[in-house]
Design a protein around this ligand. Structure first.
Ligand code: C2E
Ligand code: CA
Ligand code: CA
Ligand code: CA
Length: 277
């Protein structure tokens, strides 16, 4: 009887433990993932809304762990950031992207590959040196590197972040403000940053067709970006009507399932060939 009474409490407890153990497990397996394997880089195309030409791809990390199965970046990136393994992941992504750019050059002249940077990366002088070296290594290539940054680094240490962004800009690296509208994005902040592109977060774009508030926000964001001479890209474009609205409001580039989902390099090469036929 005593055992039976204990069951509910035990189950409740074990629910919490499971969550905690998963985090712990992910964190530990992340620490060695660049050696043990399971990481893959996928690419999602971006097209110019007026010409429909492919202007670049965003590199998105995928992780299929032999024990945990597929783990999505929304779960493991924040943990990697908390526990400091993010810089080894960023390094892996950068190396993989540089290799893929070389493979891609054999078939196709892709203008740009965009890589996500975490706040930790942007505040890390050693990482910035690696990014500058990467830029030098592809100087003559048809494909240029771009980095997508968020406001998080600016909130933590604006002076260091701005200094590093200027170093990157001077080296000819393209910079985009990611997830615009979601964090602490402020217009005055945006004005003092050397970014040339603003990326409207998918949370404002996914239900654009039915949501009047999202329409107002997106329209105003595009107008503001134009006033600051920034290029605008919308992510999360899932249908033709959204694409039409965005084009009508002056948005430059779209990314989303309507065009293509993220895919591995070999599929991307095939996709680009077919798209251009
Ligand atoms: P993000 O940078 O905002 O990337 C866009 C996310 O939206 C991606 O999710 C992409 O697959 C998804 N997406 C694109 N088009 C659509 C669409 O039409 N509909 C819907 N519902 N979703 C769409 P993903 O690949 O799961 O990545 C999630 C987040 O994880 C990224 O958000 C980024 O913050 C982070 N992340 C991914 N790869 C990296 C990386 O290599 N480094 C860093 N630091 N962060 C990464
Ligand atoms: Ca991004
Ligand atoms: Ca986003
Ligand atoms: Ca993001």
């Amino acid at each position: 009887q005593a055992r039976l009474r204990n069951i509910p409490a035990f189950t409740y407890q074990s629910g919490l433990d499971e969550q905690y153990l998963r985090k712990l497990n992910i964190t530990q397996r992340l620490q060695r993932v660049t050696e043990t394997g399971g990481l893959e880089l996928h690419y999602q195309p971006q097209s110019c809304l007026s010409t429909r030409k492919i202007v670049g791809v965003e590199a998105l990390l995928r992780w299929n762990d032999p024990e945990l199965g597929p783990v999505f970046p929304d779960e493991f990136i924040p943990l990697a950031e908390e526990t400091g393994t993010i810089s080894s992941l960023t390094q892996w992504v950068l190396n993989q992207a540089l290799n893929d750019i070389k493979a891609l050059a054999l078939d196709y002249r892709l203008a740009m590959v965009s890589i996500n940077l975490s706040a930790n990366d942007l505040l890390d002088a050693t990482m910035i040196q690696k990014l500058l070296a990467a830029q030098l290594s592809i100087a003559g290539s048809a494909t240029q590197l771009e980095f997508e940054i968020t406001e998080t680094a600016l909130v933590q240490d604006a002076d260091t972040a701005v200094h590093h962004l200027h170093q990157m800009e001077s080296a000819g690296i393209g910079l985009a403000m990611d997830d615009f509208g979601t964090g602490y994005s402020s217009l005055s902040q945006l004005k003092r940053l050397p970014v040339s592109k603003l990326k409207i977060d998918k949370s404002f774009v996914l239900s654009l067709v039915d949501d009047a508030d999202d329409q107002s926000i997106v329209k105003a964001t595009i107008a503001m970006a134009k006033a600051l001479s920034l290029k605008v890209i919308a992510e999360g474009v899932e249908n033709q009507v959204s694409a039409q609205l965005l084009q009508q409001w002056g948005c430059d580039v779209m990314q989303g399932y309507y065009l293509a989902k993220p895919m591995p390099l070999n599929r991307l090469i095939q996709w680009l060939k077919e798209y251009n036929e």
